[in-house]
Write a protein that binds this ligand. Structure first.
Ligand code: ZN
Length: 490
């Protein structure tokens, strides 16, 4: 039945394409895609994430800058996904300045936060006092990323989109700090050409790419490699991955830190994406709108300011770093809304951001346009349980400042998106794989994290498991291990 419908849909699109494109009207929707390797060609670089002094010894799989451009009418936006631990705002601006055909603010550059790619921030050099960034490699990344954007801009063609969402199954990701609060939604956009053939698939899901740990010395994009591979094998088109609310501490739910586990997690999520696409909405010719605004965040973290001053954070070398800036963006694309965060929002923050909109499909892209570390709810600040996250956060106001910029941007929603919003109902969100089930039924992790206190929040929608804020103070102390050694590498 569905095959017949798909076939009929393809015929209709082909017929429309056969009309010479006049039905596109004055504002055709276009998509351009490009993928450029950023695998280091230079040896001996330090890997970013986990601890110091991890020089890579070999390449397991290539890492990439992957760009997708959306265009309709006067609106043109480029989204770039980098297989890197993070990139600070001055480096993002440097890349943007190299692309002349697009306003800088219309370029969103986000990192997957993989912990097995060269250090592009500086915190993971040979020792605690030495910057880990290789300037030559950073320049190579900037040039290649700008190339990816330019190539995608030149490759734009008339396209349609399909949208889908699903829920990551058990044993893929776990929030070690609070197992009940996690955004397990996988948001999916597929661009297709007028012949209904896939051009690109964008996947947005929240989980630290750290199946490989500090013992790994091989360059890899971690589970993202297999996720993309599975989607690409099925669709024949490039897959672009953006991370979500992965902060403190959404990690892969794995038995051990091995490539086999990275393959298991990536393959599992990739197969869910492939299945979800079979039920996707579309193809649609979506309306498109984009807004962005700078957020300025005071740096309350004295240790990070010192690190910048002594040259450990390459982008702010020698600077007092009293405050940092980054763009926050919102894109309306048909029935989907895309939001960015300039760091690693905790699930509670990411879910709060998604609660600001009522769209059929919600994308939250983290580590976008900067890496301001963990973005914690202010209510979590000074809690012993979040001691490590606080040490890797700019300050207690980051979440509120970012959310307030998002609110302001969302207030400027285009009329067509607002109309959609008022028409949107909870029922319209209930897509395959996102049925509203009690947490215990839907998200019981196969491997629990007994060392961490778990706060039950009762029955909330699966895939949108928001814990009410503020939460009660944990009654049990954090694990002693968490105070001495981070659960994650960053
Ligand atoms: Zn992290």
């Amino acid at each position: 039945m569905r095959l017949v419908m798909l076939f009929v849909g393809a015929v209709v699109v082909l017929l429309m394409a056969g009309c010479g494109g006049s039905e596109e009207g004055p504002q055709p929707f276009k998509v351009g895609v490009a993928s450029v390797k950023i695998t280091p060609e230079k040896e001996g670089l330090y890997l970013g994430g986990w601890g110091e002094n991890r020089r890579y010894t070999k390449i397991h799989d290539d890492i990439y800058a992957r760009a997708i451009v959306f265009e309709r009418g006067d609106t043109k936006v480029a989204w770039v996904a980098l297989d890197l631990v993070g990139l600070m705002e001055p480096d993002v601006e440097d890349i943007r300045a190299r692309v002349k055909d697009l306003p800088p603010a219309n370029i969103v550059i986000a990192c997957s936060h993989v912990h097995s790619a060269p250090d592009t921030i500086g915190l993971w050099g040979p020792d605690e006092a030495t910057c880990g960034v290789d300037p030559e490699y950073l320049e190579f990344v900037k040039a290649r990323t700008a190339d990816a954007i330019k190539q995608a801009l030149q490759a734009t063609h008339v396209a349609r989109v399909r949208l889908a969402q699903a829920k990551a199954p058990a044993r893929c990701a776990i929030n070690h700090q609070d197992a009940a609060t996690i955004d397990s939604t996988i948001s999916i956009l597929q661009a297709v050409n007028p012949a209904d053939e896939p051009v690109a698939t964008v996947v947005n899901w929240a989980c630290h790419p750290e199946c490989l740990d500090k013992h790994n010395l091989e360059i890899t994009s971690d589970y993202v490699h297999w996720l993309r591979q599975v989607v690409e094998a099925d669709t024949g088109a490039p897959c672009i991955f953006f991370n979500g609310a992965l902060g403190g501490m959404v990690s892969p739910d794995i038995e051990e830190h091995t490539f086999a586990e990275a393959e298991r997690v990536g393959t599992t999520v990739g197969q869910v994406v492939v299945e979800a696409l079979k039920e996707a909405e579309g193809p649609l010719r979506p309306d498109l709108a984009f807004r962005s605004e700078k957020v300025t965040v005071p740096v309350a973290n004295e240790t990070l300011r010192q690190a910048a001053k002594v040259g450990l954070i390459a982008a702010y070398r020698g600077q007092a770093m009293k405050e940092v800036q980054a763009d926050i963006a919102v894109m309306w694309l048909g029935p989907s809304v895309w939001m960015t965060m300039p760091g690693e929002p905790l699930p509670a923050v990411g879910l709060e951001a998604k609660d600001l909109v009522t769209a059929d499909y919600e994308f939250l892209v983290s580590l976008a346009n900067s890496e301001l570390g963990y973005i914690l709810p202010k209510a979590f600040w000074e809690r012993e349980q979040y001691k490590y996250e606080m040490s890797m956060s700019i300050g207690p106001d980051t979440a509120d400042l970012c959310l307030s910029v998002l609110r302001s941007l969302l207030n400027g929603a285009p009329e067509w998106a607002t109309a959609k919003k008022s028409a949107g109902t909870a029922a319209s969100k209930e897509k395959p794989g996102t049925e509203k089930k009690p947490v215990a039924e839907a998200e019981a992790p196969a491997v629990s994290a007994p060392e961490n206190p778990v706060t039950s929040v009762g029955a909330v929608p699966a895939g949108k498991q928001a814990a009410p804020l503020p939460q009660p103070e944990p009654t049990t102390p954090a694990t002693p291990g968490a105070n001495t050694e981070p659960v994650s590498g960053e």
